[in-house]
Write a protein that binds this ligand. Sequence first.
Ligand code: GDP
Length: 478
Amino acid sequence: ETITVQELAARMSMRAVDLVKELMKQGQMVTANATLDADTAQLVAEDLGHAVKRVSEADVEEGLGGAADTDADMKSRPPVVTIMGHVDHGKTSLLDALRQTDVVAGEAGGITQHIGAYQVDLGNERKITFLDTPGHAAFTQMRARGAKVTDIIILVVAADDSIMPQTEEAISHAKAAGVPIIVAINKVDKPDADPNKVRTDLLQYEIQVESMGGDVQDVEVSALKKMNLDGLQEAILLQSELLELKANPDRPAEGAVVEGRLDKGRGAVATMLVERGTLKRGDIMVVGSEWGKVRAMSDDKGAQVKEAGPAYPVEILGLNGVPEPGDTFHVVESEARAREIAEFRQRQRREKAAAKSSGTSLEQMMAQLQDSEIKEMPIVIKGDVQGSIEAIVGALDKMSTDEVRVRVLHTGVGGISESDVILAEASNAPVIGFNVRANKQARDEAERSGVEIRYYSVIYDLIDDIKAVLSGMLDPEL
Ligand code: GDP
């Protein structure tokens, strides 16, 4: 636990320069941006006549989320679905086509609003919510911030193209998150479509569809010709039955941010997905390090709504600042409480930035390995040729034991991309580059998120380092 001089001064309602002077008197040569550890901060504050109450996360955020739900409170809720797949395989077309299957929208004649998520009503109490930012970057970014909103991933694979690099990435992201996949084999209307090749190719990625004896559902569709969309929807509903998706609607709402933006006239606008409880107009919420009062809510058809239950995406107005996708929100009892938590989180964020913790280094990984029960080391590997990647994965497999093992989240041929880093971040993993480098976006993302990228050109060096981490012997000076 640390605090900056500036922050400490602010909390004692004194100027930072005065605190710096005070610290200098005590023999500490520091600037306003320097960080003090908790003990030092307490000492100097007490010297200055302040009663010190150390506030930990547990104190401020205690009680957030409230009591656990009982089985009797739980009601079925619609599944939340994200569509992933290679570029041009038809993600956007499929999202648009699915959206048009809504039975109610047709009647009401509402105007489609792109708020980041939409819900289709299929009649008979059957509903499905889709996140309409396709692709794995958004999905994993949300996961990295703590949101686990997606229940099911639709992996779109064009039947005339089969598995491509971003298909592979999507599979890795889905697996890392532990979210079940339904394969949508798209473009089956094309003359050169070969759905069976897709099914066979998927075996290499340990995805065994039902017709190949596995338990992953696959559905042939054409987004363009709107063929078999109901088949895909049936598959989604079946999968969600298996998942027994339930939530208690009768409690203060909590959930996650899907999108946030600043609107010139309306201020902060954010799309929220309620995970449990019911969000109501007038509710006071804390969201990430922002807070606000829900002034207005509207849905993806542009209709004003007063309430939003689980898995019903709504756009809300009334926040003091723009939250980030993946930030979680909680409805709280008062503005004072919302403000307290938001300010606490802002402080925490600043302190984190100031401490600039180096994130996921191999050394920290080792410390984690020593702490945690499950001694598993996640890792992302990119290499120049498939052969060397296979050799590395094989060697890592061999050194895994019952107590410690390497979990390869993703491998791929080619340079390290932003997507690789985001995937690593979400699982606290380092990225290994074997004879490949990271591009600019990837380096920036790694810098921002503290993900460690390590480069190797000799397999044995790489294996040695990982072995050292696994056996808890890595020299901290490395
Ligand atoms: P995305 O990049 O994955 O979002 O792919 P798009 O939805 O933008 O589709 C890429 C291209 O494939 C567009 O020209 C679509 O019209 C076309 N496309 C999408 N689905 C189908 C389909 O089922 N059949 C055929 N023939 N073309 C399709």
